[in-house]
Design a protein around this ligand. Sequence first.
Ligand code: C2E
Ligand code: MG
Ligand code: MG
Length: 675
Amino acid sequence: MPTTQTNAVNDRWLNAYVAMVAIVAVAMTTVVFAMEACLVAPGKLTYVCIFAALLVIGETRNAWFRFGDGGEVTPGWAFAFSIVLLGSPFIAIAAMAACTLFVDLRDRKAANRVVFNVGQITASLAAGATVLQLFGLKEPLTDAGTPSSGFALAILIGGGLVFTLNGVLTCIVMAIHYKTSVRSMMGRSFFLSISADGALLALSPIFVVALTFSLYMLPLLGVTALLIYQSTQQALKRAHEADHDSLTGLLNRRAFDQHLAGFLDSNRDVERQGGLLLLDLDGFKEINDRLGHQTGDSVLKGIANQLTRSASEAAMIARLGGDEFAVLIPAVESDTAMMQAAERLCNELAQPIAVDGFPLSVGVSMGLALIPRHGRTAEEALGAADIAMYRAKRYRTGVEMYRTIGSRAEKGRLGLLGELSQAQATGQLQVHYQPLTRFLDGAPVGMEALLRWQHPTLGTIPPTDFITLAEHTDLIGPLTQYVLDRATTDARDVEKFDVRLSINVSARNLQDRRFPSGVFRALDAAGVDPSRLELEITESAIAREPERSLFAITGLREAGIRVAIDDFGTGYSSFALLRDFPVDRLKIDSTFVDGIAQSLRQQHLVRAIVGLAKGLGVDVVAEGVETEESWLTLAELGCDVAQGFLICRPVPLPDLVEWLEIRRSMAELEQGVAS
Ligand code: C2E
Ligand code: MG
Ligand code: MG
């Protein structure tokens, strides 16, 4: 991901803030030091040493201070505050600062993080100690004899200030780091960690009283601290789990949506822009089905690791569910820089991932959106990136940037989908028909129903743009049923021409148990014989749920309905499909047909497909026949039926009837001439 100018600006802000925290920390510590009469109050050295030892153990055993993780308080804090209560705040601050420094240096943290962590701890403890001093409590629990009325309040405010300041300082640094609002950083886990910190700090006065009462209380004190620490850690762990994906450890959808909303909230009026990247694996289902879920899980983990390695540190990475990931990049320099970075990432992800020692390659499709330019709310931004990703998948380009192509794209996927459900009721959907003719004599043998959406303001929307959208929702059910009802009714008007009706069916239809009965209902209502209907199914549709597809296809074929494989050769499983699925026809995809007269390779491929089909007793349709040359070549290669603009474009029913009439008259004329 790009390290950009805007990132540099962000870094400057971050460093300025860290410097400010450090200066405040030094100033406050100086004040605390100046206010102290002596480092250790007389007679308190043993207690101070015991708490200092416990502090060191607590701090160095749990290196919990991770930049960006919420600045959780460790048991060390409770012991540090105990030392403050014993009247030695400077020692408490020095011990905590030294431990933090040691842990951070051991973990090789960046310099600004080390400075921030030490500064934040120092400032928080010094603030607490100052409050106690201001209340006039130098050794609140030991030297006062009888506690004063304000002493509990002073401890409450002092302790409260320590953990609140600690949490707030961390939230601010994270908000600057991720370029988001402080509010969005104060999610559920912030308040939970604050209450956990509070519980630990509340123990401090009890520790002091217990230990000064008798040193024999030490073991009990240790056990109590451990138990409270463990239960607060459990609560924090649960809070962490609520925000993170358990498999990859990345943020989950809920947390990501929240961060994205926070980011957009704080960048609403700013010219600077961020980037949103949606990433979906190609063919992940096949990996899961063929190699097992364990392998699938390893692939997801591998992708998550690679994303974490490649994305900039300020990026928020999430697994939105299944094989879908998202990355929020707080600052991008330009569209081009983001595109280039995404392409680089795409290449990196295309490198084989080692799964149980085997290199496994997984393709990815990415959609990019610039925010807030392409979306001012989280929903809009995700919608825009989703459209782009969907394009990348469809056109197999790897990466696509969201483009506002006229107002259609601006509407967004969701808006279009919402209108689609109304379109049918308001008569905006129409079915056009494209005839299919025999190579042998040019006679019409079929007609394919193709859906059209005549949008009142956006004009004609091609089926590829809206059907694929509908396929992600339950809307595809009523949509296919509409085509079935309309086309079977229309088929009656062309009954005398004896052409078979073809209808395209989606993967989701085949998985719907109600689908076969919907087909039969349409045929019954129109009085059309099942043998006059052919259903076109794409390879990828079958590959998605092979068992259920097989079940549906078998039932439909038993009733006499024919089944064709559409766009044959473009899927991933052509041969396996032919082995397992009973089909009546293969429709060779237009990509093999386009320019076939000039391409020997295409001719070889089509010849092989035809040979295969003949061997299996299946007939072959060539799609997208546009030229006379293609027609002749395909006829010679043995294809049975042609479909394409050369013969006729998809047209409304009345035009099709007219076309069929003309064809019939011409054929009769030719026959007359011949005889
Ligand atoms: P398809 O089923 O492969 O349909 C053939 C597509 O090729 C049609 O595009 C048709 O207009 C186009 N075509 C036909 N001859 C030629 C040619 O010579 N040259 C070129 N360049 N194209 C030609 P259309 O109508 O845009 O439909 C695209 C796809 O949308 C269809 O591909 C089908 O997969 C899907 N579709 C259309 N209607 C429906 C429907 O009612 N239900 C479902 N599930 N899918 C549909
Ligand atoms: Mg088709
Ligand atoms: Mg096709």
